[in-house]
Design a protein around this ligand. Structure first.
Ligand SMILES: NC(=O)c1ccc[n+]([C@@H]2O[C@H](COP(=O)([O-])OP(=O)(O)OC[C@H]3O[C@@H](n4cnc5c(N)ncnc54)[C@H](OP(=O)(O)O)[C@@H]3O)[C@@H](O)[C@H]2O)c1
Length: 226
């Protein structure tokens, strides 16, 4: 069966992805910061291996990747993310947080992709799917939320270019907007449940092929402007 490696697997959208792929018999390498506290993740039935990973610990990312260098990883799902401060227009309250958000949302997914390339190249038609946000679309910008928007725009740009560079290797690289989802990040007033979001995202990811590489998809399969 194929293998998925996912970050931020202990709650929210990430946990739902683990449940879905494990239910289909995939081998799931589920990364989270605190495996002992990840009781919901521990309870997921199937072939789930839990790995401790703080995604901004780049040495730890290298160690994890070295451990799986001989494993064919079919799907890397960069899911871990943070919002930072909920600043409005004309305000950034904390520039240290700005850097942290960039590290988690923009730098870490690229570090994951590059570190795991040997394992991805071992799979027949590997995919890198990164959970971004419509808020990172420059074309669909609406002002405010500068930090989160900038972090997602940065990963969009990096993944778009990674897609071009990995196309000759047959690796499909896409970025996805999950909708406004009822999670700790999205809040309970959000539009859709994690189940609805992940059903859509999974359909897009599973159906994606090399012809789709470098695209930015909504969870319903429509394309979002960069
Ligand atoms: N919910 C929405 O409406 C929405 C909309 C657009 C995009 N997104 C994106 O969807 C993705 C998942 O979000 P969510 O709604 O499921 O959020 P969530 O419920 O807040 O979960 C975030 C996940 O990321 C992990 N994480 C955060 N910082 C990390 C770090 N430094 N190292 C490792 N793991 C880290 C968290 O782990 P801990 O439990 O250890 O903190 C948690 O597992 C994010 O990339 C987010 O930006 C969400």
């Amino acid at each position: 069966m194929p293998t998925l490696l996912i970050t931020g697997a202990n709650r929210g959208i990430g946990l739902e992805f683990v449940k879905r792929y494990a239910a289909e018999g995939w081998q799931v390498i589920a990364c989270c910061r605190d495996p002992q506290a990840a009781t919901a993740l521990q309870a997921v039935p199937g072939k789930v291996t839990i790995e401790r990973l703080e995604v901004t610990d780049y040495a730890a990312v290298d160690t994890l990747a070295a451990g799986y260098a001989d494993t064919a990883i079919d799907l890397l799902l960069n899911n871990a993310g943070i919002y930072g401060n909920r600043d409005g227009a004309l305000s950034i309250s904390d520039f240290d947080t700005y850097l942290k958000v960039l590290q988690v949302n923009s730098v870490a997914p690229m570090k994951m992709a590059l570190a795991l390339l040997p394992a991805l190249k071992k799979a027949r038609a590997a995919k890198i799917a990164t959970i971004s946000s419509r808020m990172g679309s420059i074309g669909a910008g609406a002002g405010g939320s500068y930090v989160y928007r900038a972090s997602k725009a940065a990963i969009n740009a990096a993944m778009h270019n990674l897609a071009l560079d990995l196309k000759p290797a047959g690796i499909t690289c896409i970025v996805l907007h999950p909708g406004w989802v009822k999670t700790d990040m999205g809040g309970q007033g959000a539009d859709i449940t994690v189940e609805t979001s992940v059903s859509g995202l999974k359909q897009v990811i599973d159906g994606a092929a090399l012809k789709d590489t470098g695209k930015f998809f909504n969870y319903d399969g429509s394309e979002i402007p960069w």
